[in-house]
Ligand binder design. Sequence first.
Ligand code: ADP
Length: 266
Amino acid sequence: LPGRIFEVAASPMPGGGAVAVLHDITRIEQMERTQREFVANVSHELRTPLTSITGYVETLLDHEDSLSPQAREFLSTIHKNATRMNRLTEDLLVMARVESSEQELHPAAVRADMLVRDAVQAMSGMVQDEEAVLRIGEATDCEVYADQDAVVQVLSNLIENAIKYGKPRPEEPSRVLVSVKAEIEGVEFRVQDFGQGIASEHQSRIFERFYRVDKARSRESGGTGLGLAIARHVVETQGGTIRVESELGTGSTFIFTLPRASSGAI
Ligand code: ADP
């Protein structure tokens, strides 16, 4: 039927043949699109007032000397929360954009080891040695067929999480090891930390939107619970997979694969 979208569920019949059931999912698709557009619009509309709030609070905090201790404390709290809301609206916008395929991806053959170097270098510049130590492990010179910016975005996201959640003890820096190598099924990127790890019951759920193992801790470190959902979407729309291997008390390794350039370019 023109203009309608169907989902096909086929089941084999004993003695040969098959039954196919068509579900009309046009309405569901439309509702999801409306919901995505709504979230994108609201996030977009919130941006301007939030930028204004943050700007004024920062100006006031710049003149700390003229403030009473209580005013300073209240303004700092407003600033912290406005910053959090800013991050949330930005993440919601990115999420809506990637889910609606509005974020245009430009896949090409790119050197995987270069992507790792770019991401590690960018993130290293943002942390102090006592906060985290980033290292590149095995980095095979191979080509991946993917959108360069999108892969760096996913890598940066995973590295940021490894820094945030990868401290073996609160006073110790997070050690993060990033590597890449060519495998038969594609190019495999790994981001490993040696932190507290993730209990098995949470491992399959952390890629869901807004799912956080420890809400308070995530909130404190500026988390929104959207980072891994965005990463999964970006990887899967490019024909890849993402997963986590983790053990409590030992650390976590996030692994994602993307097609190799030779197979992707065919
Ligand atoms: P957030 O903004 O909360 O960091 P994410 O989607 O990036 O959201 O991650 C979801 C949750 O997964 C986090 O709140 C945290 O509980 C858990 N998590 C992610 N990365 C790690 C990691 N490297 N080690 C331990 N827990 C992690």
